[in-house]
Design a protein around this ligand. Sequence first.
Ligand code: ACO
Length: 434
Amino acid sequence: MAKDTVTVIDNRTGQQLELPIKDGTINALDLRKLKTGPEDFGLMTYDPAYMNTAACRSSITYIDGDKGILRYRGYPIEELAERKSFAEVAYLLLHGELPAADQLAQWKGQVTHHTMVHENVKKFIDGFQYDAHPMGILQTTVAALSTFYPDAKNIGDPECRKLQILRLIGKVPTLSAYAYRHRMGLPYVPPDNDLSYTGNFLNLLFKMAEPKYVPNPVLEKALDILFILHADHEQNCSTTAMRGIGSSHVDPYSALAGATAALWGPLHGGANEAVLRMLTEIKTIANVPGFIEKVKKGEGRLMGFGHRIYKNYDPRAKILKEMADKVFAVQGTNPLLDIAIELERIALHDEYFVQRKLYPNVDFYSGIIYQAMKFPVDMFPVLFAIPRTVGWLAQWEEMLTDQEQKIARPRQIYTGHWERHLPEYDAAAAGARA
Ligand code: ACO
């Protein structure tokens, strides 16, 4: 009978090691038993960018990149997007199960209770330049919240963690909307407790002089679906940042500010902003073939294409492509959509993209939809950060309660100079003095 082990032979010493295989992995620490002598540290693995290293066990999100599958707590993303609200999905990600009606009502009430921010936070935001990028404002004001809630450092107390989770999920949309209003020179409006999570966010962004803001139901629903699609995506760059920073046992505001920073990069959550800039630069459908040729020559990337995990059509991109039409029916069409569709059509048949399994990812269509909803381009990564806050917090909670986790601390292969001395330094004399 086949054994669940792998046998490693160290040809340097002839040492043979039988390593157990558990959940499709070997324990990297077992390799340390392979040593060339007592002075040897032991064999390590080398895996820059964690291409083949599982750093945790997680029961939150499952992805099969080859088949294009994404599930939260076992539920396919398509079913959740079609039948559940973001509030329910947030509860699911954090608690492991969908809420019953009374649990949902209580959950919504708790989050709503935490949507307001301290008046001093508004003063911080006022201090930013008029054209400050809203993601920079969000990142820094989230970090600043740690100074408002010093109790948050009690990360070992489950009740304390729960309170910070509610505060963050409640306040991140408020901070995001205030970053936008600062940019637009508009006064900050208070949250509206009658509205849904996304309805209230639209109110915080767009309310003007009307006594009661009424969100457009199609846009409210579209944003809710966008939030569901972006809520978690297992061990991506920003989640790894959240877990890594959180593993030092710092408060969650500081960890979440770091995750937000990671999300801002153009290879991650900044990609939808980059997609919009790319489409605007391409300008017309006639310029698409020329642009593709440039990408193939290595002169830039086709933003919104390719994914570390998906080597198939990103299931979220499929849902968004369909949703685009509903939003355009309300807001009018976005001419950039035609350029995007042409780019996709050509790329999906081009040998360069086919060979490398490069398909549209979630960012390819989200930017076009956000633009149709009248969001300025630099709000796009912020719109990603709001729902991802839930995923980051679910992963943070899981990491802190996982007995196998310790402070994150990878190894390195040292490639620098071996010991050497400053010219005037007399090593022998220094030895004698000692
Ligand atoms: N356009 C053109 N070529 C690409 C693209 C692209 N978008 N993505 C990858 N490639 C090519 C690379 O040049 C490389 O080609 P080579 O083998 O000839 O050198 C090959 O495909 C593999 O690329 P890697 O960079 O090794 O792939 P990796 O899995 O490390 O990168 C990433 C994934 C970063 C997402 C990449 O596909 C990319 O830069 N895409 C554009 C940015 C983007 O859309 N990011 C959003 C990701 S989704 C998210 O974060 C929510």
